[in-house]
Design a protein around this ligand. Sequence first.
Ligand code: COA
Length: 178
Amino acid sequence: MEIKEALPEYAMDYVVHSERLLNSSETSEFIFSPRKAGEYRASQQDADRVATRWTKKLDELGWEKAWLVWDEENVVGHVLLRTMNLGAATHRAELQMGLEKHARAKGLGKELLKLAVDWAKNETNLEWIDLAVFDNNIPAMKIYNSFGFEETGRVNDMFRVSDVSLNNVSMSLNLKAR
Ligand SMILES: CC(C)(COP(=O)(O)OP(=O)(O)OC[C@H]1O[C@@H](n2cnc3c(N)ncnc32)[C@H](O)[C@@H]1OP(=O)(O)O)[C@@H](O)C(=O)NCCC(=O)NCCS
């Protein structure tokens, strides 16, 4: 498996991967999405939206930077940093990350997070990275804690999927902290 920076021409590969990933949540060891299998379908419209965000420069509003994990010709994982279309929030980005089942528990999650955090520190003016995670998600919580993300809020019993109650935790990493 190989990690590469995302290019706009890979947007459809990415949304097709997202569909496979989200469909696998309900039957994963740790549920990570409120969506049930089949609730998200990849579309050309979504791919176009993604490609537009990936084309933006860092001084434009709403830029997004992503890295994709490729297994031969398929995207099987991603990490991304997404900014808001809002001038008042250019110092923050939201991080999302996900690996399909066969790519998990091989250290790729740590590798992807390091790529994104190092890039944000070295190549951008971002000061904060924010994310949301369910507190049942042991591997995700382990990685985020080990990189210094701190809990900023939580909503217990936010979602119920397959009779599992999910507590949604907001976390942030201060990139300027020493
Ligand atoms: C969460 C996720 C990105 C973690 O990446 P990963 O490559 O699977 O995790 P890693 O192999 O880097 O392991 C991270 C840590 O979790 C531990 N871990 C991994 N799988 C585990 C499991 N099934 N049970 C318990 N611990 C596990 C590892 O031992 C490691 O701990 P360490 O730092 O103490 O050594 C990945 O599992 C994933 O994409 N899951 C589905 C989508 C998702 O949850 N996205 C995040 C939503 S916020």
